[in-house]
Design a binder for this molecule. Structure first.
Ligand code: COA
Length: 190
């Protein structure tokens, strides 16, 4: 039985594992078809669990280990400021195409920050997908953001991630912008 609960500090290792496994399983960025922990955890994981743990939820297996998560920042401006100061320097030495992945996310989220001040990442290990867990994680986050008066939430998704795009559409996300290899999508909460 899969349980949904708020993130705890002791989930960090499991959440990082889910991030690296799902990147490796499903999304192959050009020139980056192997797990690259430093890059992916910096771009898509550590900021959220370290800086905004109150905006993170996990789904857990029978041993209470996180097998999926939804992690979120509820304020693009704050995320951008802290991310650029404390996290981006960790990948500054990397090649331009890798740094551009982060810069692209910042540009996309900044563009829609007014109507959609929050943004999220959601990932679930393969064996636990497709039985409503993604929807339950999304429900938990949306209810939490609503309680806190957050107007909307956005995300960026790889253009080839058809399953992900369909999941978001079915949940009620609208396409905000199509960029070269992906799209920005948004969901109004209030
Ligand atoms: C995208 C993702 C988070 C969706 O999570 P999920 O658990 O698969 O989503 P859900 O189960 O809520 O919905 C997906 C499917 O389950 C079905 N479903 C929903 N509730 C259900 C239930 N109670 N029982 C059975 N099936 C159900 C949905 O109809 C849907 O079916 P379909 O895909 O065949 O149309 C997950 O697939 C994932 O982690 N993918 C890999 C990483 C990824 O792409 N992340 C997003 C990057 S932007």
């Amino acid at each position: 039985m899969i349980n949904i609960r708020p993130y705890r500090e002791t989930d960090k290792y499991f959440v990082q594992r889910v991030c690296l496994q799902t990147v490796n399983d499903d999304i192959v960025f050009e020139g980056l078809n192997r797990v690259n922990a430093e890059l992916f955890l910096t771009l898509y994981n550590d900021y959220y669990t370290e800086q905004e743990p109150q905006n993170c939820f996990v789904c857990t297996n029978e041993n209470d280990e996180a097998v999926g998560y939804i992690i979120c920042s509820d304020n693009v401006k704050r995320w951008r400021k802290v991310f650029m100061k404390e996290y981006f320097p960790r990948i500054r030495h990397r090649k331009l195409s890798e740094k551009l992945m982060g810069i692209g996310e910042i540009a996309a989220h900044s563009l829609f920050a007014c109507r959609y001040p929050a943004h999220l990442h959601i990932d679930i290990l393969k064996d636990y997908r497709g039985n409503g867990t993604g929807t339950r994680l999304m429900d938990a986050l949306v209810a939490h953001l609503k309680e806190n008066g957050v107007r909307g939430v956005q995300l960026c998704v790889d253009g080839e991630n058809v399953r992900g795009i369909n999941f978001y559409k079915r949940y009620g996300f609208k396409t905000l912008f199509n960029f070269i290899k992906g799209r920005a999508m948004g969901f109004r909460i209030l």
